[in-house]
Design a protein around this ligand. Sequence first.
Ligand code: ADP
Ligand code: MG
Length: 715
Amino acid sequence: MAIFTKENYISQPLTVLPGIGKVKAQQFSSLGVKTVGDLLYHFPRGYQNRGDICLLGEASMMPMSCATLLTVGSVPTSVRLKGSRIMTRFTAFDDSGKCVITFFNQPYLKDVFLPGAVFRFWGRVEKNGGRFTLTSPDYELSGEGRVLPEFRTVYPTTKGLSQKFISQTVAEALSYADLLCDPLPGSVLREYRLEGFADALRGIHFPQTYKDIDGARRRFIFEELFLFSLGMQKSEKRAPLPPEAVLGKADLKPFIALLPYELTGAQKKTLREIYHDMTGARPMTRLICGDVGSGKTVCAAGAIEIALQNGKQAALMVPTEILANQHFSALAPLFEKRGYKTALLTGALSASEKKKVRAALAGHGVDLVIGTHALLTEDTVFDDLALVIADEQHRFGVNQRSALSGKGEEVHTLVMTATPIPRTLALILYNGLDISYIDELPPGRRSVKTYTVDSGYADRLTAFMRKQASEGHQTYVVCPAVSEEEDDGDPQNDNVVPLSFVPGDKALSPIPMKAAVNFSEELQKALPDLRVGFVHGKMKAKDKDAVMKAFAAGEIQILVSTTVIEVGVNVPNATLMVVENAERFGLAQLHQLRGRVGRGSAQSYCVLVSDASPDSPAARRLKTICMTEKGLEIANEDLKLRGPGDFFPTASGGQTRQSGEFSFRIASFCTDSAMPDQAVRAAKALLEQDPDLKDHPATDARMMKLFSITKNTMN
Ligand code: ADP
Ligand code: MG
């Protein structure tokens, strides 16, 4: 024990805890838990509310596990079954009746269940004929002054790790609470009335009441927002430009004259803002936020024109090869016509081609380069870079963007995103970048007809999919779950109050969830002459790609998926988007999903399937989606109805994160719209007082960990 100190305890390997050998450590590691700190931050998936005791009569009517309080009525007797299994049975009762309880291969239980003793059971009560039955329930001795905890914690787990074992290990780690250093400074805890680290850990892992969960959750949500904001603020300092680096005036008229269309009002306004920034005394840090198809690219092109007219270089960075090619074929001819040299730089180029492009960049033989991460390598050097543009910002890590802007002395940065972000949240997510909203689509776009139906429409919907296919079009179907067998091997986990639970919100739990794999089988049966495929985040990247390619090529007519298709798919031939259990999705997410159709010339449709009751908050959300296609309006409504949490991406969803991207664990549960603001303020105050976090090593360490980077890659 002596080796542990406040400085090193949290980063110790799990094997320092009793009972953790190589095998267990390996199992934990597959959950991403490698250190004591990882374990403490391995938050529960939810809780079984075992304090909510049901009578046998009530319990038997519920299709899930629940708690009962029963008195043992008979001495357990064991019999040997075929195949050498031993069955042990006894009866127990409450005021509503008598229950037969059965266990297998545990004959010693006759010494546990003594007649007259009271136990709290957790399991699914069934009614067979006139009798209640319980098979292999969980049990805890009750009665006689014994206080049983209300909640049983349920963790995300993996094969070989029982809930009980995880729980014990967490308790073990928590037993050295005095070795824990709070990543939140005391002043922050006091000012925002947050629970201390050890208390909050106890509250989230071993709560006694909902209040414990709530207080702990609040603290960890704040912690995440605070650390995120801290990292963002630390990485983006904006000093004024030296006079010689300030760009001169530029004339955009000849550039605009080359466009085959009239700019929309929103585009003109954005261009004016960009012009103002780029010719000002400080480097531009601007975000263009506009729905898919709103015409962000031409605004970026305007920025490029300003840089090039000043004799400088510009770089446009995009997250995928496909996007790079797309942008290059749209922009290169335009700028070549203007007399500038352009180049494409992606990983797909041969080594010698890459070398050639890099040499040209270093010698200013190229004015505009468009590319992927290949732009970030150390051997990519510019002669005189003045502008960096990142498309689809959310797919780049913070430090990647700053790595690119670091390639020029005084670089203007422009970021484009199709994710609509309310102004108040942009403050935290984008560290107060200036924002241009493009809230207007170019004329002549067809809107996507959007409807909400209940599951009674299933047959008509299948017929509609067939109709789309007969017209040569394709359908997306999105389901909230991967497969119906999706659980962690604990048969009693089906009555778990999720960690995101908001007391008083009963809207979701009773509606059964559609699962992608199973639903695709159903659809294939109903539509035998069509090809139905499925794709989800748990598939291997290779398999996923193959299915997506087949869909893009039109070989698959109906693609059933989880939300993995949210990013980076463009199949203009798809005209129907069906979202099952639409009540489970946030508005912004639904909006993104709808954006997958309506990309071709044919009329497109979005059908939201939901059995949420008409007066529920979920139904109100769906109504919003049906009424407007404006991303920002939807996002603002989402913020009002659900709080800001939906805007903080979680690591789940099967997308691998770029290093340097922040991994949120719990901030997506945030429902308090004042909190992001407070976190930003707290981070700012701390940095003013301790810019390098020298006096706050625990804060610094946790922040670095969440940005999944090491100290020397972030400045
Ligand atoms: P996004 O905002 O999704 O990046 P793009 O910039 O790719 O959108 O623009 C989508 C399409 O709309 C492109 O084909 C582009 O040429 C076209 N477009 C952009 N602005 C206008 C406009 N003002 N009028 C007509 N078409 C436009
Ligand atoms: Mg775009």
